[in-house]
Design a binder for this molecule. Structure first.
Ligand code: GLU
Length: 331
């Protein structure tokens, strides 16, 4: 697919799912994504990953915009300000995902899959303790598009999903925080869903299409998405997009040592604000443990930006390899 974005200018993005109020870990990631884009002199995009309707919370999108602005971030393109590569709500971009799926189909990269979760569990056998998600066992792979089951049996109303056929590819990339990352897609991920049985396009596809069409050069996000990146790189290459740089930030754990989650309201900005704390205090709390400032203390996003240069910032991020930042904030 053709990226709309001309040239090689830097472009960053923050792409929250409006499933609840942002927690402090989300806000730290947004700040780092913004700093990376701004330090490179690039555009910054705010995109809403609002496809998963049952999980979307009314009012969450507006609250996210307000919280990011409260913290002192700004964006050049987004659902509230528009921009040349919009729309910026995934729910309004399904035509692009459909085009991408069609392109993958023409390249014989996807197949129709009729398996239920139960079928897959039975085919892969009993999971062993410590097993992560079992790769898809390949049951429907013979349906490679376009001569697939759907075409061959037009009367068959059985719901189907579309899976991407990973083949025997190894994907290696250098994450700019976590270093070299390698995955054998067949054994570590398996053929993965790009369009679900309920008709919804899947995260791996939508992210790649949006980042590609919007010309995103730097993907800064939480380390929970690190293992998705190999699958996304396979799609990026098949769809003809340029590969962005990836920066996967350590997850932030709350002071009870639980991974923060929007859904359980952990360490929300609401708690921070109701304790009477300000945005500059929060920026200072983020920046000091990350080594972005030498002395603890409050400062605005603009002051932080002005105090950094891109080489020093990127070096500080590279030092964050531990993967977990525990209990930084207590509201
Ligand atoms: N929407 C995803 C989330 O809120 C992030 C997607 C991404 O950054 O690739 O976790």
């Amino acid at each position: 697919m053709d990226s709309n974005c001309q040239g090689s200018a830097a472009c960053g993005r923050y792409a929250p799912s409006p499933t609840g109020r942002l927690h402090l870990g989300n806000l730290q990631t947004a700040l780092l994504a913004w700093l990376q884009a701004r330090l490179m002199g690039g555009r910054f995009i705010l995109r809403m990953d609002d496809l998963d309707q049952p999980r979307i919370r009314p009012g969450a999108q507006q609250q996210i915009l307000e919280d990011l602005a409260w913290m002192g971030l700004d964006w050049d393109e987004g659902p509230d300000v528009g921009g040349a590569y919009g729309p910026y709500l995934q729910s309004q971009r399904t035509r692009y995902y459909a085009q991408a799926l069609d392109m993958l189909g023409k390249r014989k990269k996807i197949f129709a899959c009729f398996c239920s979760r139960k079928d897959i569990a039975l085919a892969v056998g009993a999971p062993h303790p410590g097993d992560r998600n079992q790769p898809y066992p390949g049951t429907c792979r013979a349906n490679l598009y376009p001569g697939g089951h759907q075409t061959a049996n037009p009367d068959d109303k059985k719901p189907l999903s579309w899976r991407y056929c990973v083949g025997d590819r190894k994907i290696v990339f250098d994450d700019l925080v976590r270093g070299r990352q390698e995955q054998d897609l067949a054994t570590d991920a398996g053929d993965f869903v790009v369009k679900r049985k309920d008709g919804q396009f899947a995260y791996q596809l939508t992210t790649v299409v949006d980042d590609g069409l919007m010309g995103v050069s730097d993907v800064v996000r939480g380390a929970d998405l690190l293992s998705s990146t190999h699958r996304q790189i396979a799609l990026i290459s098949d769809l003809g997009f340029s590969k962005p740089r990836f920066w996967h930030m350590p997850l932030v754990y709350d002071f009870r040592n639980r991974r923060m989650s929007k859904r359980d309201g952990s360490d929300s900005l609401e708690q921070w604000q109701s304790a009477g704390k300000t945005a500059p205090q929060l920026i200072g709390e983020f920046a000091y443990p990350l080594g972005l400032i030498d002395q603890p203390g409050p400062l605005s996003t603009q002051e932080l930006l002005a105090s950094l240069d891109s080489t020093g910032f990127q070096e500080a991020l590279r030092c964050l390899r531990t993967g977990k930042t525990a209990g930084q904030w207590q509201c």
